[in-house]
Design a protein around this ligand. Structure first.
Ligand code: G
Ligand code: G
Ligand code: NA
Length: 250
């Protein structure tokens, strides 16, 4: 009950925040874009965004929360270069809703001078799609408007290969559990190589998440990952500084 009230109040008062984490191109170390991550207001009963989004989904409020998160992410976005992107998380269940990107999204984007081709929607399978065919149709519709799609947390328990095969994303984001200490783990190395090879064949670009150590960065770059994200490169913040330039090997 209390949580439900808090979520309703949070929606009514638009009191969530977005922070932004840089994603760099491994080829030249330049910033490719930013992932928007929702943060709960201070003193919130929700201990973090994951709890918040899970609760909203269980209580049929995912749509409203996703809309607010999208609005907040766009409205407070750092200035983007013409070729730079904003990555926005969306709950998988909302792609069953044909209106998930309504005219409002386009208006928010216009107000910031961002075009749909600069927006990448990140889908996780934490909530499953019941109907891939329907989801594929909806995504195809958004693709014609220029939006791109990423499958998030690939290689973690959440995300299935089926979703990659069925949804044909533009990007695969490999989960940080696979990246962590990969330079010391032959099994992880094999799996990471398999992802890169598979993605290249499918013409999908690869993002490595959760890079914390220079050894991991070097390894993933040598393997042929296209983009990288993680504390080593830059932490999420309301006003993200330029990515740590020293982190990227020449
Ligand atoms: O930023 P942090 O690691 O605390 O986020 C935890 C999880 O919450 C992330 O893995 C992400 O999947 C989810 N999350 C964060 N922001 C959003 C958002 O705006 N929308 C959705 N749907 N999920 C989010
Ligand atoms: O599932 P998703 O990729 O949306 O999760 C992003 C979450 O991962 C965010 O909560 C963010 O704060 C966190 N994160 C980003 N970079 C790193 C990192 O290098 N290490 C760790 N442990 N967490 C990270
Ligand atoms: Na994400």
């Amino acid at each position: 009950w209390e949580l439900r009230c808090e979520l309703e109040r949070l929606l009514a008062e638009s009191s969530i925040k977005s922070v932004y984490q840089p994603i760099v191109r491994l080829g030249d170390g330049k910033i490719f874009g930013y992932e928007a991550l929702t943060r709960c207001p201070e003193g919130s009963m929700f201990d973090g965004p994951l709890t918040l989004f899970r609760f909203a989904e269980k209580n049929q409020m995912a749509l409203a929360l996703d809309r607010l998160a999208r609005e907040t992410a766009i409205r407070h976005s750092p200035a983007l270069g013409a070729m730079q992107k904003i990555f926005i998380n969306v709950t998988m269940s909302i792609i069953n809703d044909p209106h998930f990107v309504s005219g409002q999204t386009v208006r928010w984007l216009n107000e910031k001078g961002i075009h749909p081709g600069q927006v990448v929607f990140e889908l996780t399978e934490r909530s499953s799609v019941d109907d891939f065919e329907a989801a594929e149709k909806i995504l195809a519709h958004y693709r014609t408007q220029g939006y791109e799609i990423a499958i998030d947390d690939a290689g973690a328990g959440y995300s299935s290969l089926q979703s990659i095969v069925e949804l044909r994303p533009d990007y695969i984001k490999v989960d940080r559990s696979l990246v962590r200490q990969a330079d010391n783990d032959e099994m992880k190395k094999h799996m990471l190589r398999t992802f890169v090879r598979f993605a290249k064949k499918m013409n999908i670009r690869t993002v490595a998440e959760g890079i914390e150590r220079p050894e991991e960065l070097r390894l993933l770059r040598a393997m042929g990952f296209d983009y990288a994200q993680g504390y080593l490169i830059g932490r999420p913040s309301e006003q993200p500084a330029a990515a740590n330039p020293g982190a990227i090997p020449k």
